[in-house]
Design a protein around this ligand. Structure first.
Ligand SMILES: [Zn+2]
Length: 412
């Protein structure tokens, strides 16, 4: 039976959210954490955007040297042959690409203002796939933007044309969060049965159904005989009302009625990493985790009322669907309530040595310490908040790669 893969798009859809963003080091940490968790792919950025080039290359190097074990790093571009060319000029060793273009009449008319017809969309996409296929890529996805407002007949044509030219996956984007679980199930199952290619499900939460639609879409693909790839973001951060939350999707796939047992993740996911990745993303985006967020919210395992507290104390399964340890909770944490020395863009060697000593990192000599301190200062310039322990350890362990991803050189 086909399975469900996770393609996390925090570093692409998440970071393009209004009022929010991540430093290149924070994006790198997210790729590392997703890899540790066992996530299939991270859509790690925009290969045609110049300020991403060093970061993208540095992360591909981390894959090459084995610092990331199994994750695929995929770029996102417009489905245009010229964007494929620019991609390979700026990031020549990229291995996975998703090519995106609008498919609904609303967007074709509303964005191209009468200059393009549906057939032009097909030929632009096919040209881009041809250009991508001529390169040394491991996978190509074709994305139908606004698929939920597009005729299914046209989506079938679109996916089939992509497949005929060598695309590996078709991404169904419910760009405006317009679908319901019922409509997306039918649409995706129909496409899977007619085209016979793996389908990515990309959902937004404008009507509060991003996770439900993702699960229903995945079921549609699998019932149609194809693997499903669910697009997620950490804490559901994404444009407007956000995307399908990574942890909630994983919980829905593995714990929900009638789904778990019949539909399964194609590769094992280390769910106890959920706590760490959700908290890091919250800190990095500066967006608190809602108190009632599935799995990782402060109230997800809290009980106050007499009947509930009594019930859960007698048997947790009375009021908890799964145990808190399954999402990585329950370990004691130390919170410093006295003096704090933290990293900053104006840190000096004494404070820095104190911080690193606390993490049991020793440097060969003062020159090496000075060099790492300099990188930590630059990382702080980008992040504008103290670095977390894992970020400091990363810089100390991979100073050359850190230097590369922190290097931003605007055009003259
Ligand atoms: Zn999106």
């Amino acid at each position: 039976m086909p399975g469900i893969y996770i393609v996390d798009v925090t570093n692409r859809d998440g970071v393009q959210t209004a009022q929010l963003g991540l430093s290149k080091l924070e994006k790198t940490m997210i790729n590392l954490y997703l890899d540790e968790m066992g996530v299939f792919q991270s859509e790690f950025g925009f290969p045609t955007t110049r300020h991403e080039s060093n970061y993208l290359q540095a992360n591909l190097e981390l894959v090459e040297i084995g610092a990331m074990k199994s994750i695929n790093l995929g770029g996102w571009i417009r489905a245009m042959a010229e964007d494929v060319e620019t991609t390979f000029k700026l990031v020549p060793n990229i291995k996975h690409l998703n090519l995106s273009i609008s498919t609904s009449d609303q967007m074709i008319n509303g964005k191209f203002l009468g200059k393009k017809k549906p057939n032009d969309i097909l030929s632009m996409m096919v040209e881009a796939v041809d250009a991508a296929r001529s390169r040394n890529l491991d996978s190509i996805g074709v994305n139908a933007e606004d698929a939920s407002r597009t005729d299914v007949e046209f989506l079938i044509k679109f996916a089939q044309a992509g497949k005929d030219h060598g695309a590996d996956r078709f991404r169904y984007c419910d760009t405006l969060g317009y679908d319901t679980p019922f409509t997306i199930y039918e649409a995706i199952k129909t496409i899977a049965l007619n085209v016979g290619m793996p389908i990515e499900v990309h959902c937004h939460g404008d009507l509060g159904m991003a996770v439900a639609n993702s699960i229903a879409g995945a079921k549609g693909a699998i019932d149609g005989g194809q693997d499903a790839y669910i697009n997620t973001t950490i804490n559901g951060i994404g444009e407007r009302a956000g995307n399908a939350d990574l942890v909630a999707v994983l919980l829905a796939v593995t714990k929900s009625k009638g789904f778990c047992g019949r539909y399964h993740l194609a590769r094992p996911i280390d769910l106890p990493k959920a706590w760490k990745i959700a908290r890091f993303a919250s800190y990095a985006f500066k967006v608190p985790i809602p108190i009632n967020q599935p799995g990782v919210g402060a109230n997800a395992f809290a009980h106050a009322s007499g009947i509930h507290a009594d019930g859960v104390l007698k048997d947790p399964e009375n009021y908890e669907l799964y145990n808190f340890t399954e999402v990585g909770r329950g370990d004691p944490e130390t919170v410093e309530t006295g003096r704090i020395i933290c990293s900053g863009e104006y840190s000096g060697i004494s404070g820095f040595s104190h911080i690193m000593g606390g993490m049991e990192v020793c440097f060969r000599d003062s020159q090496e310490a000075q060099r790492v301190l300099e990188l930590v200062r630059y990382a702080n310039v980008e992040a504008q908040k103290p670095l977390v322990v894992d970020e400091l350890l990363f810089i100390a362990k991979y100073p050359d790669i850190a230097r590369k991803l922190l290097t931003l050189v605007p055009l003259p």
